[in-house]
Structures are given as structure tokens and as C-alpha cells.
Design a protein around this ligand. Sequence first.
Ligand SMILES: Cc1ncc(COP(=O)(O)O)c(C=O)c1O
Length: 387
Amino acid sequence: MREAARMTAVQTPIIPVVAEWIRSCPGTISLGQGVVSYGPPPSALAKIAEFLKDPENNKYKPVVGLPQLHQAIAEKLAAENGIKLNDENALVVTAGGNMGFMNTILAITDPGDEVVLQTPYYFNHEMAVTMASCRPVLVATDEEYQLRPKAIADAITPRTRAVVTISPNNPTGAVYSETALREVNRLCRQRGVYHIHDEAYENFVYGSAKHFSPASVDGSAAHTISLFSLSKAYGFASWRVGYMVVPQGLLTAVKKIQDTIVICAPVISQFAAIGALETGSHYCREKLREIVEVREVVLNALKRISHLCTVPRADGAFYFLLRLHKDLDPMTLTERLIREHGVAIIPGTAFGITESCYLRVAYGALQKETATEGIGRLVRGLEALAR
Ligand SMILES: Cc1ncc(COP(=O)(O)O)c(C=O)c1O
């Protein structure tokens, strides 16, 4: 017996490999993990008691999510994203942003269709497209990891079903401008393809950078799919709650998919999400102060090795994607950084970059002292291994 060829075609994630190396080297500081250090706000945890009070809550609940959570999300979307819910679009609560993406791909593609991804890509997006027997069409971003709308336009064929953008971006930390996102959204409308926009890091922008939601553009409702997550902003990664705004015409398909896969996002977590949204995004903004300090520490340390690597501008998320000047094998370098220098990063190969050596540094999960020690080890490690 064998597994499906469809699954054999799906890349094996690199993160578990790196995690195994870390486990075998106790004391390693991880600049690898794409998570925040904090957990949900007290208002989220307070909702658990409310959930437990009513035995009815142990039963299945609506596929699209609890009405009370819909209400809270609708208010947040209007206030923070400029997205109005009306009869042209629909809101679906998902078990996280990844589920929103898989729902989308299954809802809009047939086997053999094409989906345009920007490189470096978020690996689970590439995996989902391949898993659905579709072809990821890769379009390289520019030197600063920004969108290249002309190249995206050239990549669209009669088989293209969607263009995917992520801002703020994983793995690059790039924040796309309103102008660029409007251009891609307009292009998608003109060419009759969906614009899937992943906003998992919407709250993580620094300096003068601004987050922009393409679904706020007039006339975008019929072709724009927006994906959101509580994982990062509210420390909700294991609770599995996200949400998606989809064109009304896709709602029936998305409901069929979600009903088949999870029925509904965990109801206890949906209660917690209602509590989290009561506190609101100022929770994340406060946490951001510490992340900003850690970011400064990381940036200053990286300046010391500007002769070894380039660090393109990254005004969002909690990542820097370093481009090494020396052509080393990224997997070997990663293993040696862990084994010989006690610091872990994620090699660029995880994000579909095959030429040159790239390394992703994540700084969202670390306290300032650990970050200082970790980035110090990385600097020393690269000075020893990449000179
Ligand atoms: C761009 C992007 N989208 C989605 C996700 C997954 O989020 P969730 O935990 O909501 O599934 C991640 C997680 O790292 C991400 O980086």
C-alpha cells in the first residue's frame, strides 16, 4: 500500500527537523519559532467559566461560528480594517488562519489550477496548494521583499484562480504599501481571479509602517478573501481561532469544507476569543513595546555583521530574513549554528528560496536578555562559519 501521489508531492516541513536538532542540543536559544512569548488576556480566560456553566456548550455549534463572536469580529473589522460586512461578503470563524487558507483553496480550485504565491512564501500556503493538486506559481519579490505587480500580472494564465499576498509578511517581515496592495487587488479584479490576503500579523507593524486591508477597497468584495488569526496578536496559537471574510458566492462551498473537516472551531476557544476581542488590540499594542525593544537589540547586533549578510527592511511581523553574502548550504549552516553555537534559525529553503543562502530570524518569543544572548551567538556563529 502507498500514500497518494498528491501527498508525496507535498514538501516535508523543515521546522520539525530543526526542532529535533534543537532537542538534541539542550540550551540552544531558538530564533526560529514564529510565535509570541505571551498568552491570552485575562478577559479571554474569564470566558472559560461562562463556557463551562452551560452544558449545551458541549454540543456542536454553527459551522460559521458563534453569533456573539461574529458580532465582536464585525465590530473589529469595521473599526480596525475598514471592512464592512454586508450581503456581498460573509464571515466564517475558522480553527486558525491555516484552516482559512485551506478552506479557500478547496473552495476556489479544481485539480490542475494555478495559484500565484510570492517568494519567499509561507510554506503552509505552498503545501496547501500542492495538497489540493494545484500548481503553486512562484513570483519573486524584489530586493526589499516587496511585491512586483508587473511580474504578478505576467504570471496569470487562464488556469490561475488566485493571487496570494501576506502583509506583514512571514518570512520576510515586509509590510506592503496600500498602493501596492490596491494595485494587486485591482489586477485580480481585472483578470477575474481571487485576491487572497493573509493578515495574521496585522497588529505587528513598526515605525511609520501602516497595515492595510485590501477588502476595505470599494468594489473588492466579490473577489477578495481576507484571512485573520488570533494566534499572534492574542497569544492564541494553541487555541485555534481565526476568521475569514469571503465573497458571499463562496460561503456555501466554505461551509461544506469546514463542516467536513472540523464542523466548527473549538467552541471553548470561541468563547475565549469573544473575551479577547472585548479587551481588543490595545492588548497586543502593549505587548508590542517589549517586542520593539527586542527588535532593536536584534537589528543593532545584525548591523555588526553587515559585511557578512544583508538585512532588507522589515517593518512588520517579528522576522528578519538575512541574505548571506557567502554561498553556503543553508541546512548545513543551520545545523552547525545549533550544534556549534547554540542558536537556532530557520533556513531560507523552508520558504522556497533555492538560490543563495538565506536565514530567517524570529524575535517575537524572546525576552530581552535571552534575545541579546541568542543574537550574540548568531553573530559569533556567522562570523565563524560565513566569513
Ligand atoms: C502568514 C501566516 N499565516 C497563517 C499562519 C497560521 O496561523 P494560525 O495559527 O492562525 O493557523 C501563520 C503562522 O505562522 C503565518 O505565518
